[in-house]
Design a protein around this ligand. Structure first.
Ligand SMILES: [Zn+2]
Ligand SMILES: [Zn+2]
Length: 362
């Protein structure tokens, strides 16, 4: 039963939104992207909400794409200020639920602030934008809902969410298996996050998560690896333009392989020790003067693991391309090298412990 035109096509008439894939459009607000995603039945959801003050712009583009139809839901990749700027206003205006990962809840319900950003890593583009930073966590508890633990995405039956912690503990990405479209949030980004010039540029390039705000580099590495194994055909991220095909895969593989030398800062608060958080908020952060150079001993091991994974993923992909529903079963390395890279959680912690901010959710 072919469904040739399940998605609205009015994007071609829209001047502000950029097309990502069938039924998926991006919109840039100042320096961060949000996404409009259409479901097969013509309903739609919003993924992230841009910087503060973006509500009118989002409403206008939504009107052009979908007419007066309100979205079924707002989905959040994570709760950083540049992704939730308009969430409160839009959720109340549209009267729709906002979905996020359980580990992101404390920052969306006023319970906890994120681990402090690390200005010692240079800051770059994010530091320049500091005038936009809110001082307190927002509270949208009237509208907030947990993403379903089975990996399904409310309002988008053909998508799955993937836990991709590291940049934040409850960071998630969204994946449409049918054509392998990935919305990666800030798990990795497609421009140089540290360069102010790159904010304006059209250059497409895979980079690690924005350094300034990433509080667990081991988990962040793991998450990029997890997304690479999904073998996305198109990836749209929180910062930068969408990328696709061979160029995307090649650069993702390279990022996984070289993560500790190209994505992780040479020194910084969270390089050797992550911030620890649970569903209640931040439990501990390393001292701010933690600038011990990172141990590079594990890089080789990580590279080897990455290469093996790529080969495995390719092989799997060839044989499984037509098979549906099993992407969550594709293996990826749970095994961090024993030294050099800080563990996300104590090794003794049970895998199913909900307090572990590692990949224990689908
Ligand atoms: Zn972020
Ligand atoms: Zn961001």
């Amino acid at each position: 039963m072919p469904m040739e035109t399940p998605y609205r096509t009015s994007v071609h008439e829209n001047k502000q939104a950029f097309p990502v894939a069938p039924g998926v459009w991006g919109l840039k607000t100042v320096f961060v992207n949000l996404f409009f995603v259409s479901a097969p039945d013509g309903s739609w959801v919003l993924v992230d909400t841009g910087v503060y003050g973006s509500a009118d712009k989002i409403r206008k583009v939504a009107q052009e794409l979908f007419g007066d139809e309100r979205p079924k839901a707002i989905l959040l990749t994570h709760g950083h200020f540049d992704h939730i700027g308009a969430v409160k206003e839009l959720a109340q205006d549209w009267d729709v639920p906002v979905y996020a990962h359980p580990l992101e809840m404390p920052y969306l319900t006023g319970k906890s602030s994120y681990p402090p950003p690390d200005p010692s890593v240079g800051g770059g583009g994010m530091a320049y934008m500091s005038f936009l930073y809110p001082k307190k966590p927002i509270n949208i508890h009237e509208n907030i809902e947990l993403l379903p633990p089975d990996g399904s995405v409310p309002g988008l039956p053909d998508w799955r969410w993937v836990h991709t912690p590291g940049h934040t503990a409850g960071h998630v990405s969204f994946f449409r298996e049918r054509d392998r479209v990935l919305l990666a949030g800030d798990a990795f980004i497609t421009r140089d996050g540290e360069s102010m010039l790159a904010v304006m540029s059209q250059k497409r390039e895979v980079h690690g998560p924005p350094k300034y705000f990433t509080s667990d580099w081991g988990a962040a590495h793991h998450s990029v690896e997890r997304l690479m194994v999904l073998n996305p055909s198109i990836a749209a991220t929180g910062h930068g333009l969408p990328m696709e095909g061979e160029q995307l895969m090649r650069q993702l593989e390279q990022l996984v392989k070289d993560f500790w030398s190209v994505a992780v800062p040479g020194h910084g608060r969270y390089v050797n020790q992550p911030a620890i958080a649970d569903e209640q908020g931040v439990l501990s952060v390393p001292p701010s003067d933690n600038t011990i150079p990172k141990v590079m001993a594990a890089t080789g091991l990580v590279a080897l693991a990455g290469v093996a994974l790529v080969m495995y993923a390719r092989q799997q992909n060839k044989s499984q391309q037509a098979r549906k529903g099993d992407w969550r079963n594709r293996p990826f390395s749970h095994n961090r090298p024993l030294q050099g890279i800080p563990p996300t959680v104590p090794a003794t912690l049970d895998e199913d412990d909900p307090h572990a901010h590692t990949n224990n959710y689908p």
